[in-house]
Design a protein around this ligand. Structure first.
Ligand code: SUD
Ligand code: ADP
Length: 322
């Protein structure tokens, strides 16, 4: 009898920007207590999970050369974690994962976390596991602090180490320009630099997240722009001083405000409209302060199946290269 091979499953998964990131004390487990507001953006990765004779991960696209393809890849860790969760560890020898990256690697936009979340969704579909998203989120949290958010997407308040999520009402669509830097920044290094800055002095801290929640409900980008804040920004700028110039250039190009995304070095600029974002992107691309510029909008949904390999592809967001 012929074995029935299930068709490959492709999952599209968003990046994120932290609209507000308040870093508290270091906990006993080495993680920092966070209060953050995530927004999922239309800059995405696509992850295909398939039954394969050769198991493993292949990576294409943005920054592919710097992504590990061994056990260090978060997508592969997701395969292992899900397989162990459903008692099918022996079956991972028949799983292949292909990553098509649009999210910059080590860019502060949670690309690796996105791939892990997409792999959980893709493999549970391939294996017809019918697991609730909340169950996947529990596995996701073991893989990284940002992984649960990539499953849900939208706009959410994250607490704990970032993995405890509550949705936040966000009216309308916000338009962003993203400036990718030449090289990535390591997340643990940026948290370490913040600890060092705080030991030496008192870098400014963002206030309460409550006004950000109100601005999101109002849907007014001008109101939100005044409130963007990130405690990790000082640390990212300390490690990569050129980011100061990038942040200035985005605002000079007409953005309402700019922020370092998470641990950086990607800078995210909030714009008044989709047209304004295209204008800011074009001007920023010409300013010579970053490697590449992209436009994106948010909020968008979390990791979701878009079909098999031959399913029609959605257009990627317009891209402007520096
Ligand atoms: C900074 C943020 C903001 O959303 O995102 P990125 O900029 O990396 O995308 C996150 O806190 C990153 O989350 P994620 O990248 O999943 O981090 P994890 O793998 O869980 O942890 C990597 C390392 O970051 C530090 N870490 C992470 C989260 C946290 N609440 N406190 C920490 O101190 C720890 O040094 C940890 O060993
Ligand atoms: N699937 C993946 N995509 C990108 N990076 C990955 C992946 N799996 C593991 N990594 C490693 O994780 C590091 C952080 O990657 P990423 O999630 O893109 O950045 P950030 O934590 O800044 O949002 C990378 O430098 C890379 O070595």
């Amino acid at each position: 009898m012929l074995a029935v091979v299930p068709p490959p499953v492709t999952v599209r998964v968003p990046s994120k920007v932290n609209l507000h990131l308040s870093v508290g004390d270091v906990r006993d487990d080495g993680f920092h207590e966070l209060t953050t507001i995530f927004q999922a953006l239309s800059l995405t990765d696509e992850v295909t999970v398939a039954a394969a004779e050769e198991p493993g991960v292949e990576v294409f696209g943005e920054g592919a050369k710097s992504v590990p393809t061994d056990e260090g890849n978060l997508a592969w860790r997701a395969v292992r974690a899900l397989a162990e969760h459903v008692d099918r560890a022996e079956d991972i020898d028949k799983v292949g994962v292909v990553l098509r990256k649009g999210i910059p690697v080590a860019g502060g936009m949670a690309g690796g976390s996105a791939d892990a979340a997409a792999t959980l969704v893709g493999l549970s579909s391939l294996w017809k596991l019918d697991l609730a998203r909340d169950e996947l989120a529990q596995i996701a949290a073991t893989l990284g602090s940002d992984v649960p958010f990539a499953l849900y997407g939208g706009t959410a308040l994250g607490t704990g180490r970032g993995e405890e999520l509550v949705p936040v009402l966000s009216r309308h669509t916000f338009h962003w320009v993203l400036a990718f830097d030449q090289r990535g920044l390591s997340t643990p290094r940026v948290y370490g630099e913040l600890d060092r800055l705080r030991a030496d002095g008192d870098p400014p801290r963002v206030g309460s997240h409550a006004p950000v929640v109100e601005a999101l409900a109002s849907g007014d980008p001008k109101q939100l722009a005044l409130l963007l804040g990130n405690d990790l920004q000082a640390a990212a700028v300390s490690l990569r001083p050129g980011l100061r110039r990038t942040l200035r250039a985005g605002v000079n190009a007409g953005a309402l405000a700019g922020t370092v995304s998470g641990s950086g070095p990607t800078c995210a600029f909030l714009c008044e409209s989709a047209d304004a974002a295209l204008e800011v992107a074009a001007e920023l691309a010409g300013a010579g302060v970053c490697r590449t510029v992209r436009v994106a909008h948010g909020p968008v949904p979390g990791a979701r199946v878009v079909g098999g390999d031959d399913a029609p592809r959605h257009p990627t967001p317009p891209q402007v290269h520096a």
